[in-house]
Design a protein around this ligand. Structure first.
Ligand code: NI
Ligand code: MN
Length: 229
């Protein structure tokens, strides 16, 4: 029984659960200089969009239409997606969880913005806490600044956290290190860096600090890289 995590670059993540469900988070391929593949080549049973920004909504509409995968997001974004012709959506909101076929997915707090690409209101941005059917706890912080309630998310007993380190739009390396202290995950993978010069970071240097100063095991992936647990 293994769960496979693929980092496609930026904040685009694929989760393949031990029971075979493919969940695609923030599918940004077109126009993403760091993307390891293209939108027409990825498969999904479910898509999750954390917030309205273009580098997170990305290719969600096109992939949903091609694959028939429902899109899970906040209520405002799922309404907007429906207006764009997406047939299957599942609205949730911050603090709310739902037992999907692939596991229990809860939207968590994120400190960020969420306007949609056409300027429409995108509700509140979210992080994603997924409990798989075999009990793994996976936290995808997506775009956020540091916040103290990450301690509460850490109380869940995380097997994996994926946290932004890019700075400028999200936590930078120093705050992301504090986030690892709050979250106390077994494993941590940095995201949302090196896509553009504005968010260039030395992930290996950050991983060394995580290894030296926390109990978490850091894993630096290259775009397209896979981590299994
Ligand atoms: Ni954003
Ligand atoms: Mn972003």
């Amino acid at each position: 029984m293994t769960t496979k995590i693929t980092w496609y670059g930026h904040a685009t993540i694929g989760v393949e659960t031990a029971d075979g469900y493919k969940i695609l988070i923030d599918p940004f391929f077109t126009g993403n200089p760091a993307a390891s593949t293209t939108a027409d080549k990825v498969n999904a049973d479910f898509i999750v969009v954390s917030h309205g920004h273009g580098d997170h909504v990305g290719d969600a509409i096109e992939i949903a239409k091609r694959t028939g995968a429902p899109i899970i997001s906040n209520y405002e974004i799922t309404n907007w997606l429906t207006a764009q012709g997406v047939e299957k959506v599942h609205p949730q909101h911050l603090g709310g969880g739902f037992k999907h076929p692939f596991g229990y997915l809860k939207l968590t707090l994120a400190l960020h913005g969420s306007a949609l690409p056409d300027g429409s209101y995108g509700g509140n941005p979210a992080g994603i806490l997924l409990t798989t059917n075999d009990g793994l706890k996976l936290y995808f912080a997506q775009d956020t600044g540091l916040f103290g309630d990450m301690r509460l998310i850490g109380d869940e007993g995380l097997d994996l956290a994926m946290v932004p380190i890019g700075d400028n739009f999200t936590m930078g390396p120093d705050d992301a290190l504090k986030a690892v202290h709050f979250l106390r995950p077994k494993h941590v993978i940095p995201i949302h860096y090196n896509t553009w010069p504005l968010i260039a970071q030395d992930a290996e240097a950050w991983a060394k600090r995580v290894a030296a100063e926390t109990e978490a095991q850091p894993h630096v992936l290259q775009p397209g890289g896979v981590f299994t647990l």
